[in-house]
Every structure is written in C-alpha cells, then in structure tokens.
Design a protein around this ligand. Structure first.
Ligand SMILES: Cc1ncc(COP(=O)(O)O)c(C=O)c1O
Length: 355
C-alpha cells in the first residue's frame, strides 16, 4: 500500500519510474546477474531478446512449450524449427537440436520447462560449435538454480514471465536478464521505442515498458517469495505422499540439490493406468478441480505451425508422447486445505478402474 501511495503522490505511473528501477535492481541482485530489464510481459521480452541478440532465419525451439516461445519468433518473421525433447526431463534433447541445424539456423531458445534447467552445458557447446546465439525462455524458472547458479545468467540472455498465473507475478510482466552489457543496452532502447533521450531516437523499438503499479506488485511479492516457495514445496510433497504409491501415475521430480520454485506439479499418466489421461482430467473437472493438460498437443500441432510444418510429428515422437501423458495439478498458496487429499483419493479410485 505504501508503494502505491508513493506512486500516486509522485504521479509517476510509467516510463522507467522509481519502482521499476528498484524492482530491476532487486531482481538482478536476487539472480546474481548484471542486468534486469523489466517489461510489460514475457512475450514482448522474448521478442525483444530475439532482436537484441540478432537472431534471424531459423531458430531451434522445443515444440513442447507454451506457444509464446514459438510465436515470439514467428510474429517477427523468423521460423521456429521444432526439436524433440528428452522424455525423462521434458526439456530439449541436445542431439535432436543438432539434427535440426541448417545453414539458415541463427540461434537456439532453450526452455527451462517446469522450472527445471534445460541442458545448459550441451546447448552452450552446440551454440559455440555452430556460432549460434543462445537464449533461454526462463518463464517457469524464476527462483530456480542450476548447478548452484541461479537461472537467469545462462546463454546471452534469459527471459522471465511474471504473468498472474506464475507463482511470482506482477499482474502482467516479464524481464530480460543478462550479464551481457551490449544486449542489455540494446534491449533497454528497444523497450522504449529506441529513445536514448528526449527527442533522440537512435534505434528501432517498441513499447515493452513495465508500469509502476506492476513493479509495486513485484516488490511486494519479492518480500513474500520464500513463503510462496515454501507453500508450493509443501503442496508438492503432500502430493507425493498421496499419489506417490499409485501404480501407473508418477509425479515429475525436482532435484533437491537445486533451488526450485515447485510452481508446477506435473503428473504423468502411463498407458497402463486403467483410465486415460483425458478421462482423468474430465473427472477432476467434474469435481471443480482445475487440473490441466499442458502444452498439448505441442506447438507443432497448432494451426500456424501445422501449416508451416505438416510433417513435423515425424521428428517429434517424444513431444507427442509427453504431451499425451501430462496433467498439471493445482497448487499455489490459495489451494484449499483438503484439496490435495481429495485429488489423491479420486486418483486412487480411478487407479482401480472406476471412471
Ligand atoms: C514457457 C513460456 N514462455 C513464455 C511465456 C509468455 O509469458 P507472458 O504470459 O508473460 O507473455 C509463458 C507464460 O505465459 C511461458 O509459460
């Protein structure tokens, strides 16, 4: 509230205000990176990052991701080329990435899906071998670490989303985080129409600015971030307890040696489970439990990309397999007390073949 009162007293509502600058400083310090450039959402941040590192032609991305990863390229006239994932981690398979490289490839966007790090070292080595730009879509991975380093400092830059559906939000919002001074400077210009100073436009640009009220929300949520993660972690282990021993379904693990945000509780349904994944979702919805299929059926099956690559499925067998198995279960601080037990009991009943 104090932050908002200050904002109204200053009447400084947007255009790189003091709350945005404070938010950027705190995010950069939290992640241990040199620069945080806050944006109006993660998709615009991706679009700007793609331009700031000079991607063109084809860029390799997973199909098993939120469609914004692919759209941020396609929307700007670049071609997203889909590489398959590792069925165990759900992240890009480096060998599959190598197979998709052509003379037109200019970059790779790895996604840290579910907040679990993409194969960073392998992608860095591919990028170095072929002279490609490497970005990470870290929309799921705020507050997560990889090999003891916070996610945010890998590749040329990483992109965060602070959308309201994320465990940490600024209503709508996003950011580019990077240790690269040049990328940071270019992204800052692009975010504000290319203005260097009043009346002085030195770069093409767009409107990617975060507004003060969103930064205030972010600052308040930064104060609460440890409590939110604790609550997500408690939910995750409660789920483990109630569904861990049910045959035919399994929860995706987090590496407890890393920092995780436990934002996504990902259930995989084996073909041996007596009820199909879609039936399970229907049963849960009938009980007003908003479990969701996720990233189904994969970007390559969505109309714009189906039209572009009608046969993509041939090189994406694990994408389809995983997209057909996954359910994301409800979590977060607003989950009612007994929700996880109820979901566990329903899944146990379904495991006995009663839909
Ligand atoms: C993997 C991924 N990339 C990009 C985005 C886009 O972020 P935003 O909704 O902030 O534009 C999201 C989330 O919504 C996402 O999950």
């Amino acid at each position: 509230m104090d932050l908002l009162q200050g904002m109204f007293a200053r009447r400084w509502l947007t255009n790189n205000g003091p709350l945005v600058r404070q938010f950027e400083e705190r995010v950069a310090a939290y992640l241990g990176v040199r620069h945080c450039i806050a944006m109006c959402n993660g998709t615009i941040a991706l679009e700007i990052a793609i331009r700031a590192v000079g991607m063109s032609g084809e860029v390799i991305v997973p199909s098993y991701t939120f469609v914004a990863t692919a759209h941020s390229l396609y929307w700007q006239g670049l071609t997203p080329v889909f590489a398959d994932i590792d069925p165990l981690t759900h992240n890009l398979d480096p060998d599959a990435v190598r197979r998709m490289i052509t003379p037109k490839t200019s970059g790779i966007i790895g996604v840290h899906l579910w907040g679990r790090a993409a194969p960073v070292a392998a992608l860095e080595s591919i990028a170095a071998d072929y002279g490609l730009a490497l970005l990470f879509d870290a929309a799921h991975a705020f507050g997560c670490s990889h090999e003891g380093r916070m996610i945010g400092g890998f590749g040329r830059a990483e992109v965060l989303s602070f959308h309201a559906t994320k465990f940490f939000n600024t209503f709508e919002g996003g950011a580019i985080v990077t240790d690269d001074d040049q990328v940071a400077e270019t992204a800052r210009l692009m975010r504000n129409f290319g203005f260097r100073d009043f009346d002085d436009v030195i770069h093409p640009g767009t409107n990617g600015k975060m507004v003060e009220v969103c930064a205030a929300m972010g600052l308040a949520n930064l104060d609460a971030i440890d409590d939110i993660v604790d609550s997500n972690r408690a939910n995750y282990f409660k789920y483990k307890k109630v569904v861990g021993d049910i045959p035919g379904i399994s929860l995706l693990d987090f590496n407890e040696n890393q920092r995780n945000n436990y934002q996504y509780v990902v259930l995989e349904v084996d073909s041996k489970f007596p009820v199909s994944r879609d039936e399970i979702v229907k049963v849960l919805h009938a009980e007003n439990i908003l479990a969701r299929k996720y990233f189904w059926p994969g970007c390559h099956k969505m109309k714009p990309y189906r039209d572009l690559f009608p046969h993509a499925e041939l090189v994406l067998p694990f994408t389809r397999m995983v997209a057909d198995r996954v359910i994301v279960l409800p979590s977060g601080t607003a989950l009612p007390d007994d929700a996880i037990e109820v979901i566990g009991s329903l899944l146990r009943v379904l495991s006995q073949g009663n839909a």
